[in-house]
Each structure stands twice: as C-alpha cells, then as structure tokens.
Design a protein around this ligand. Sequence first.
Ligand code: GRF
Length: 198
Amino acid sequence: MARLRLGVLISGRGSNLAALVDAARAPDYPAEVALVIANEAGAAGLARAAAAGIATRLISHRQPGFEAMLDTALREAGIELVCLAGFMRVLSAAFVGQWRGRLINIHPSLLPAFPGLDTHRRALAAGVKATGCTVHFVSDTVDAGPIIAQSEVPVLPGDDPARLAARVLAAEHRLYPQVVRMIAEGRVRVDGDRVEIR
Ligand code: GRF
C-alpha cells in the first residue's frame, strides 16, 4: 500500500519531526516523511533530516512570496498531509484554505486552554493539575482548529516550566505519530468543528 506523503514544517529543534521519522522507519507505518521545510536556516531539525536522507528545503519567511514558495514545494513533492512541528509562523487564511483538512499542528497544551506561546509557564501560574498536548487541524484562528486527539500529562509538585515541558514533549512524541497513523488509515473525519475517529 502506498504510504501517505508527509511534508513537515519546522522552525527549530525538530524533535517532533524526529518522532515522525522514527515512526516511519517501521515497515508497516502507513506514512513517510517525504519533505522537510524550515523557515529558519538555523533549524537543527533541517540538518538532522538531511542527514537521514530526507529531502529538505529552506524557505525563509523573509523572502517575498514565502507562502507561494511553500505551496509550490509541497505540491511538487506530492505532499498529501502537512504537519506543522514547531513551525513558528502563522500561515495566512489563503494558505490554510488551500490545505484545509490536510494541514495539522501539534500544540503543547490541552486546547482550548493555553493557546499561543509560553504554555507551560501559564499552565503552572494557573495552578492546573493536568496539562498535555493537542493535535488539531489548522484553521484560520491560531491554535483553534478541530481537535483530533489529546494526551493528558500530570502537573507534579515542584514542576517548573522546563520540567513540565519535558514531560509534555515526551507525550507529543507519542501522540503525533499516532495521529498521523490514524489519518493515513483513513480513520479521521472532520464534521464542522468536531473530529470523528473511527
Ligand atoms: C513543541 O512543543 C510543539 O508542540 C510546539 O513547538 C515545540 C516544537 O518542538 N508547537 P520540536 O521542534 O518539535 O522539538
């Protein structure tokens, strides 16, 4: 069976990208990372992907036509699902519209709680006893599209943002490949603002 072709967009470290690449090493995994695009030259994940033999592109958001270049690169590579993984640019409504239903993001909180940046510090300040991560379809509003899956992580006594982030990140690395698998297997259906998993 043909594997679903993933395009992964990153801006930095790329540990979620690495989790997807690792998952796709299994012969029965139904998706493959076909292209990695970074908008920052210093993105560590870019070099790691290239070293793993994956096609990579650097497309800076500082150049005119950034989104058109992204779109062209993804289409030319035959990408079927775009995974944002620590991609620190907000994509326009036009781009999101072109890829609607084929564009997902991972966010380090249990949305709709704590959208945006600095989630772990804000979760600790709010005194929540659990947080986690969310994979969702991207919509026109940042961190607000239909939720596909979430993983809950406890907040423990003595946590600081770094300790909590590390615990949530480990959950992210499990959740993102699981969600991609479900999509690749055709088990995910969007119904308005809600997602049904079969
Ligand atoms: C992750 O916490 C992800 O949820 C958020 O940005 C971070 C990216 O980390 N969107 P990495 O680049 O995948 O290591």
